[in-house]
Design a protein around this ligand. Structure first.
Ligand SMILES: [Zn+2]
Length: 70
């Protein structure tokens, strides 16, 4: 059984995320840049390596970690 904490952190390809091909781990809603509440800019100089997203449907908040090379 997957714990809540494990579901709050997903990994995705940055391009998939930008094109709304990433799904909410709680309700399967499609999410993308429009639903980012916080970007984590503190590691890589250019693109953020992760973002906090709030699902527009179930209102759950979770972290999207962008896979390396994406
Ligand atoms: Zn959701």
């Amino acid at each position: 059984m997957t714990s809540i904490d494990a579901r709050r952190r997903i990994t995705a390809d940055r391009r998939d995320f930008n094109h709304y091909r990433v799904r909410c781990p709680f309700c399967d809603e499609v999410v993308g840049p429009r639903f980012v509440t916080r970007e984590h800019l503190d590691v890589q100089p250019s693109a953020p390596y992760a973002a906090t997203v709030r699902c527009p449907r179930c209102r759950e908040e979770f972290e999207v970690i962008f896979a390396a090379g994406s």
